[in-house]
Design a protein around this ligand. Structure first.
Ligand SMILES: Nc1ncnc2c1ncn2[C@@H]1O[C@H](COP(=O)(O)OP(=O)(O)OP(=O)(O)O)[C@@H](O)[C@H]1O
Length: 698
């Protein structure tokens, strides 16, 4: 069993420009559980996690892992794995190559690479370029990277973003498995429904403050529960309810009892010898309660401390210390967070055919405080809800028993489907203008690198290369800033492009293998600037190599806009009917989310790729689809967002139009804020004209 670590947040406060993103956040996360860190967009989840990971400096308070701050950890990757909200990688690398680099930096044997690839189900595509990965595969690779040091703590920031249902299920299974192994699993999400099947415990944050900490079943508002109950002997039942102090109403369909659980009422009827004909629990969904909670309509009692789950590890559970309704967890006694099982409806007892006597119940003033006991806690589903602990894989089971032939065939088919889809990545959360003052000292990153056997960067620039190269999972602030500014992401467009003088000339015929060979030589000889030089060589290979699908030549002249000859289809250009275009991964803010929205969740990557590769306003005959748009290309042209797939969206009225430039961030708001691509209407054309001005799509 892997040793998990306790995470503790004590009075963590963080302000940006005087505005509190996190306020006096106090909580504890224990090993052996999946703890969901829930809150609406902008609630402060990522900020809190980044403070824990040493990427941001808190204004006040501490966040520790096993009692130490991130900066104090030796070999941090061996303690903490981190899956960022929108992972990105170097497009030309293979997963094997990427993970081998990470393994070396982490100081784990290269054999660990195959292990984690198998664990996340990427073994079969390990030697494929990451540019060909789907969003789901990219997420899996991020998980593989996070797990390479076999850490006791895994932190995932909105891991379900952009995943299809199968991917979400896989992620849930993986989290369950890791927690069951004794690790500490903290997963952030803005949707309770996404993680309620797997989360054992919840930390709910709203407007930077903790508003709930406890077991998921404790989120239910007991006072809003009601039960519909009926018996052939209604009079006897009414009397029993009244005597027990319940509030109830006589309805045509039965008796509605407020503030009670089915278990309580069932037990009451059984003890009174009343045969029930109906016993039905009615309660708001957890999602309803969650929404009320974060909107301040409901203040949930916090569980001061929770006992270990059955079979779990010792630990005090969650301690909520901030926010309305918070209780101080220090020294609190453990309470039983597990709810009793619901009592089945009682039946079989003899009953008389008695007419109900409303007089008998009217005017009674039952005391709802009476007659309750712990046996009546609401029934709850199995919090884990998982019968499998092995993540689904592509093509081959990750571990343990092989799947059946049928399952295997299905997985292979899914893998094929995924493999046909080009990769996209984006960082919707990177729209923040990161403030350098907020960033934890670079020393932290260098210390960490040094502790892992990587030489600290000799210069700030070197540090940037090193961190961005080594660690998309734990990016340094400068890498974030690059994305926030809409500049080329290191994962997609190597930084060396900013320093053209340093480009190593490669023969145009040099292929990736040659580039790797050179890279290997440099890495093998690597000194302090190893990572930086590795970047440069890769960058050069990417620019000068023949395969421009990943890094187009236009990057040598970043300000230049690609002029495509519309009458002359480009080499490898897809046909008008071809909605799958081999695109490089993009690091446009919002692209990942956009991908998901465009495809309605069914085939996100392909849908977005189709969109990005095809101008839906173009007359197909005269304007064949545009091939492989680049970051620069997209940065200077209007983006057209079809509402219902590319092929149907060739008319003006079928397209919603959004325009933007990388430097300013893409203005996808009218699509993203609505949560769904909207039906184009007559206003779209007007809006498009407004937004486009005189510019027109390529
Ligand atoms: N570097 C920054 N500069 C300015 N404001 C910031 C910065 N980082 C975060 N914020 C602000 O702090 C608040 C919390 O942001 P944060 O990203 O932590 O929320 P979140 O809960 O992770 O949201 P989401 O679910 O959308 O990822 C937001 O209002 C955000 O705009």
């Amino acid at each position: 069993m892997t040793d998990g670590k306790v995470l503790e947040f004590t009075g963590v406060t963080k302000t940006f420009d005087g505005i509190a993103a996190v306020s006096d956040f106090t909580a504890r996360v224990d090993p052996g559980f999946v703890t969901a860190f829930l809150g609406p967009n902008g609630a402060g989840k990522t900020t809190t996690l980044r403070i824990l990971l040493g990427q941001l400096r808190a204004n006040a308070g501490t966040a520790t892992i096993d009692g130490r701050t991130f900066a104090q950890l030796t070999s941090p990757r061996r303690h903490v794995g981190w899956v960022p909200e929108s992972p990105s990688f170097r497009a030309r690398r293979t997963a094997t190559k990427h993970l081998t680099t990470v393994a070396r930096q982490t100081g784990v044997p290269a054999t660990r690479v195959a292990e984690v690839l198998s664990l996340v189900g990427l073994s079969d595509v390990a030697d494929m370029r990451i540019s060909g990965y789907s969003l789901g595969m990219t997420q899996r690779l991020a998980v593989a990277e996070a797990l390479i040091g076999d850490p006791g703590v895994l932190i995932l920031d909105e891991p379900a973003n952009g995943l299809d249902p199968e991917g979400i299920r896989w992620m849930r299974l993986l989290m369950r498995r890791l927690a069951d192994e004794g690790r500490t699993v903290l997963v952030s999400s803005h949707l309770l429904s996404e993680i309620q099947q797997v989360a054992d415990r919840l930390l709910v944050i709203s407007n930077g403050s903790l508003v709930f900490a406890g077991a998921i079943e404790d989120l239910e508002d007991a006072s809003s529960l009601s039960v519909t109950v009926d018996a052939a002997d209604r009079t006897a039942l009414s009397r029993a309810l009244r005597d027990a102090g319940y509030e109830f109403e006589l309805l045509r369909s039965g008796i509605s009892v407020h503030g009670a659980s089915a278990a309580q009422i069932g037990a009451l009827a059984a003890s009174a010898g009343i045969a029930l004909t109906t016993l039905q629990q009615r309660s708001p969904s957890l999602e309803d309660v969650f929404i009320q909670l974060v909107s301040g309509q409901y203040v949930a009692p916090m569980t001061a401390a929770l006992p270990p789950a059955s079979g779990g590890l010792a630990g005090g559970g969650l301690a909520g210390g901030a926010g309305a309704g918070a209780t101080d967890g220090a020294g609190a006694e453990a309470t039983d967070g597990a709810a009793a099982e619901a009592t089945e409806p009682t039946d079989g007892a003899a009953s008389e055919d008695v007419v109900i006597d409303p007089e008998q119940v009217e005017g009674s003033e039952p005391d709802p405080a009476e007659g309750r006991d712990s046996a009546g806690d609401p029934a709850t589903a199995d919090a884990g809800g998982m019968t499998e602990a092995t993540p689904a894989t592509w093509g081959r089971p990750a571990s343990s028993e092989p799947t059946s032939d049928e399952e295997f065939a299905r997985e292979v088919a899914e893998a094929d489907a995924f493999l046909q889809a080009p990769a996209l990545d984006g960082d919707p959360g990177a729209a923040h203008a990161w403030d350098d003052e907020d960033v934890a000292p670079q020393l932290t990153q260098d210390d960490a690198a040094a502790a892992e056997g990587v030489s600290p960067s000799a210069s700030a620039e070197g540090a940037e290369h090193a961190a961005a190269d080594d660690d998309h999972g734990q990016p340094d602030e400068s890498a974030q800033a690059d994305r926030a500014d809409g500049e080329r992401d290191d994962a997609d467009v190597p930084d060396v492009l900013e320093e053209p003088d340093e480009i190593v000339e490669l023969d145009e015929d040099e292929d990736e293998a040659a580039a790797d060979e050179i890279e290997g030589e440099i890495v093998d000889d690597g000194g302090d600037d190893e990572t930086e030089r590795e970047s440069e060589v890769e960058a050069t290979a990417a620019v000068d190599g023949e395969d421009d699908a990943d890094v187009p030549d236009v990057l040598e002249e970043p300000d230049e806009v690609i002029e495509l000859d519309e009458d002359e289809p480009q080499e490898d250009e897809p046909t008008a009917d071809d909605t799958r275009v081999d695109l490089p991964p993009l690091s446009l803010p919002g692209s990942a989310r956009l991908a998901n929205l465009l495809a309605g969740g069914s085939e996100p990557v392909a849908g977005a790729a189709a969109f990005l590769g095809h101008d839906p306003l173009a007359d197909d005959a005269a304007h064949p689809p545009v091939t492989a748009p680049t970051v620069d290309d997209l940065a200077t042209r209007t983006i057209l967002i079809p509402t219902f797939g590319v092929e149907e969206s060739t008319e003006d009225e079928d397209a919603a139009v959004v325009e933007g430039e990388n430097e300013e961030g893409y203005s996808f708001d009218d699509i993203l804020s609505g949560g769904e691509p909207h039906e184009a209407d007559e206003h779209d054309a007007d809006r498009r004209d407004d937004e486009m001005g005189s510019s027109h799509p390529v």
